[in-house]
Design a binder for this molecule. Structure first.
Ligand code: HMG
Ligand code: MG
Length: 308
């Protein structure tokens, strides 16, 4: 049976949106619970400005806490918006090598931009082109270090600032990221605006841009879908994505998460699709994952308990 790849983003996308700051020790316990459930990758944190996202200001400390117990074959990733963030990730890897003898603690860095100018500005204080310039400086260095690079594109259906986004707009940003040499394209429906048809349209456009680049150098899928479940459509969208051929999804234990810069004054951006909901869709399609459902249920309960 074909296996679908799962990245759990709860410690990063989940916790970045919470008003309170979760203690670093609790975050480490969350990572342990999620990886113990058998996900393929954990998106652990972000090396971003703590003024912009104070919830993740302890990224280096968190990696220090989990360095000793990294399971064999587990992939840890972290967001880096610029060279400063990338240096933070390299410093963590250097420490882990020295202190714990771990060859490479962070395996993958994720750069992030958007399909809409409004969101790019709001999220990173830069135009789409400026974000790509920033990434151009760090991606070759990541490759030199043997790190994989994920390239996120947010607002693949609609932007909270600019409104509707076309599949072609998404495709153009994807092409820009591919030219820079990212190993993986990750498509974010940041505000959960998609339905199965609009998601399929974007996927078909992006698959055309990928042009047969189905597998990267590390054997991981090149295309990942990252849905927020704002209007309860994420499960149906994942079913359609599976039909179209997508075999890699982001989700969060307990359905935590949302992007602070996608929230409005009156409502907080809702959570990522829950990992259990992705398991449901994958199983309904007759496919499987490496995740143990019981263990993920326990991890989800633990995740929920961290949120006030
Ligand atoms: P800026 O203010 O334009 O940056 O922010 P700057 O270069 O002018 O620097 C301002 C200050 O930040 C300086 O410090 C820098 O040193 C510091 P000061 O002199 O004022 O003390 N700084 C940093 N500190 C730590 N780490 C860094 C860093 N860079 C600069 N890497 C910046 C630009 C990109 C830094 C900022 O906008 C930022 O951090 N944005 C991050 C926003 C964010 O994390 N958003 C959520 C993640 S994306 C997301 O959730 C969507 C996704 O889930 C997919 C989807 O759902 O669609 C991925
Ligand atoms: Mg997100």
């Amino acid at each position: 049976m074909e296996t679908v790849r799962i990245t759990d983003v709860a410690p990063r996308d989940g916790l970045q949106a919470e008003g309170g700051v979760v203690e670093t020790g609790d975050k480490a316990a969350l990572v342990r619970a999620i990886e113990g459930a058998g996900v393929d990758e954990v998106e652990v944190s972000s090396f971003v400005s703590p003024k912009w996202v104070p919830q993740l200001g302890d990224a280096a400390e968190l990696f220090g806490l989990i360095a000793g117990g990294k399971p064999e074959g587990m992939i840890y990733s972290a967001l880096v918006p610029n060279e400063r963030g990338f240096e933070g990730a390299l410093a963590v890897n250097a420490d882990a090598r020295q202190v714990h003898g771990v060859e490479r603690l962070i395996d993958k860095v994720a750069v992030f931009t958007a399909a809409s100018e409004g969101f790019s500005q709001k999220n990173t204080n830069a135009s789409i082109e400026e974000t790509l310039e920033r990434f151009g400086a760090l991606i070759p260095r990541a490759k030199e270090q043997g790190l994989m690079v994920r390239g996120y594109v947010s607002c693949i259906v609609r932007c909270p600032v600019d409104g509707d986004v076309s599949a072609e707009q998404v495709g153009d940003v994807v092409s820009g990221l591919l030219e820079l040499g990212v190993d993986e394209i990750d498509l974010g429906d940041t505000i959960g605006a998609g339905d199965p048809d609009s998601i399929e349209q974007v996927l078909l456009e992006v698959m055309e841009r990928l042009d047969g680049r189905a597998v990267n150098d590390f054997g991981d899928p090149t295309l990942t879908l990252h849905l927020h479940d704002t209007f309860g459509n994420a499960g149906a969208c994942i079913e359609r994505a599976l039909e179209v051929g997508v075999r890699s999804f982001d989700s969060s234990a307990g359905g935590l998460g949302g992007c602070p810069y996608a929230s409005t004054e009156t409502s907080r951006a809702p959570g990522n699709v829950s990992t259990l909901a992705v398991l449901d869709a994958v199983e309904a399609a007759g496919l499987t994952t490496n995740v143990d459902r019981e263990a993920m249920m326990r991890a989800s309960l633990f995740a929920g308990g961290l949120i006030k």
